[in-house]
Design a binder for this molecule. Structure first.
Ligand SMILES: NC(=O)c1ccc[n+]([C@@H]2O[C@H](COP(=O)([O-])OP(=O)(O)OC[C@H]3O[C@@H](n4cnc5c(N)ncnc54)[C@H](O)[C@@H]3O)[C@@H](O)[C@H]2O)c1
Length: 317
């Protein structure tokens, strides 16, 4: 964990945050954080009136724009769940207004955009990027076991993310494509689990079966080489009809482990648990300056790998 300064004081013992964007992911954050004793959502910024009304009916203060939110006071922090193509402008606006931000992945549509957002943040700004796998207790334990040498030399990892069904074509159009929208989770997870950097990337894709969703792909398969001569495979897919699947497998010289993080039979509870822990880590960052989650450099690294994968798939070897 790295310390960041200066810490930002929360209000009393409960950190009060606003949510920007109350769509699919924003709603998941609301459900997850409802179970927390250390952080709560008080306000929602959402341009779509029916969603604003739903949030108001749930007892939240609602605003159509960030200007409206800030005109009514400054929250301790903001969780950004706006569409990916708006991350950069929304995050820059909030940071420039002195508001700490926990931004959903990928925090921009290109590594350059993410890096510029980070550079523009300034020394006192607080920005965490929401890579929730870092808050799954079983993955934290796996990372500790790798670091303790329990697998010997880690030779190979297999990371899979297969979603139950694709998101709507309109979402996919502004999502950056399968490697940015989905793959960044696995690319961040590989670096975080192993402590290695990703060096080589080779990818193939299967075009979306729905013509309205193209040029996005339904399947992306990525071969990676990491520093320390470790290799990895990342398997991404948008059609897993029984439900969302996320898994990780580690092959070492003296050990092996396969871990199912999201199991269709088990539902979304592990993700909700990790989202709550992640929000609490944001509250901890604001209160103490201690960072447990991903920062801007991690987000840039994940995006660079996503871009390499997309370039490689467009120019097959
Ligand atoms: N971490 C994960 O596992 C995960 C999963 C799904 C989505 N996401 C991320 O969450 C983000 C949102 O995805 P989603 O699936 O919820 O999309 P969505 O389209 O369902 O929801 C986005 C919401 O933001 C609102 N919005 C649009 N512009 C806005 C603005 N300028 N300010 C405030 N709100 C605005 C929209 O009206 C909508 O309600 C994306 O960046 C996506 O990458 C992360």
């Amino acid at each position: 964990m790295a310390a960041v300064t200066p810490p930002v004081a929360g209000r009393g013992s409960v950190t009060e945050v606003a949510l920007v964007g109350a769509g699919r992911m924003g709603s998941m954050h609301l459900r997850a954080i409802a179970g927390s004793a250390s952080i709560r959502v008080t306000d929602v910024v959402e341009p779509y009136p029916p969603r604003r009304e739903q949030c108001a009916a749930a007892g939240l203060r609602t605003h159509a724009t960030i200007e409206d939110l800030l005109a009514n006071g400054t929250p301790d922090g903001v969780i950004v769940c706006a569409p990916t193509d708006q991350h950069a402008s929304v995050v820059r606006h909030l940071l420039a207004s002195g508001v700490p931000v926990l931004c959903e992945k990928p925090a921009g549509l290109s590594s350059r955009e993410v890096a510029e957002t980070g550079r523009g943040a300034g020394p006192g700004a607080v920005l965490q990027v929401a890579y929730w796998r870092r808050f799954v207790p079983a993955l934290v334990a796996l990372r500790d076991r790798i670091a303790a040498g329990e697998f010997g030399k880690v030779l190979h990892l297999v990371c899979a993310q297969w979603d139950g069904a694709p998101p709507p074509p309109a979402f996919r159009a502004g999502s950056g494509g399968i490697f940015v929208d989905m793959g960044v989770h696995e690319f961040d997870e590989l670096r975080w689990l192993t402590g290695c950097e990703i060096e080589g990337v080779l990818a193939v894709t299967t075009p979306a079966v729905d013509p309205a969703a193209r040029p996005d792909a339904d399947v992306g398969q990525v071969l990676l080489s990491l520093t320390d001569s470790t290799t990895a495979v990342v398997s991404l897919g948008r059609h897993h009809p029984v439900g969302d699947l996320v898994s990780v497998e580690v092959f070492g010289t003296v050990g092996h482990q396969r871990l199912v993080v999201l199991d269709p039979a088990g539902g979304e509870e592990p993700m909700l648990d990790a989202l709550r822990r992640q929000a609490e880590s944001f509250a901890e960052l604001l209160a103490t300056g201690v960072r447990a989650g991903a920062g801007i450099d991690d987000a840039v690294a994940a995006m660079r790998t996503a871009e390499s994968a997309a370039n490689s798939a467009h120019h097959p070897h």
